[in-house]
Design a protein around this ligand. Structure first.
Ligand SMILES: [Zn+2]
Length: 134
């Protein structure tokens, strides 16, 4: 009897939705903290730059879906802090303040699975917010 490879379940739609939401959410966050010239500053080192050169930094890592798109958990960061210093989580937490940092820490431990519809809803929401601000 011929053996066939088991078919693996593909979920291209979902991973595409997550990617799309990450992109639009990042743009929203950077615009939210920008002035009318598009200038913003890094949450953890105060470096000023145009929002297009900055990144969306997470306090609790993006691997926690419950806080991945929580506006309280993210701020503008420069690539130096976000990438090369791994988000400077300690300083990030100090700047958020103990109460919010703790809240985000606890929330990040909750297991949340957003449905595709919920992801689409978030994409639509942040797309219109971005449109409003640009
Ligand atoms: Zn920085």
């Amino acid at each position: 009897m011929r053996k066939t490879m088991p078919k693996t379940a593909k979920k291209p739609t979902r991973s595409k939705l997550v990617k799309k939401l990450d992109v639009i959410f990042s743009q929203f966050i950077r615009l939210k903290y920008s002035d009318k010239y598009g200038m913003t500053k890094c949450f953890t080192c105060d470096k000023r730059d145009h929002y297009k050169s900055m990144q969306c930094g997470h306090f609790m890592s993006r691997k926690h879906y419950s806080t991945r798109w929580d506006e309280n958990n993210v701020r503008v960061q420069c690539p130096g802090c976000n990438v090369f210093q791994y988000g400077k989580q300690y300083e990030f937490g100090l700047k958020l303040g103990q109460q919010l940092a703790e809240e985000m820490y606890i929330k990040s431990k909750q297991i949340i699975k957003f449905t595709n519809d919920e992801l689409v809803e978030k994409i639509n929401h942040y797309s219109s917010e971005v449109k409003r601000m640009t």
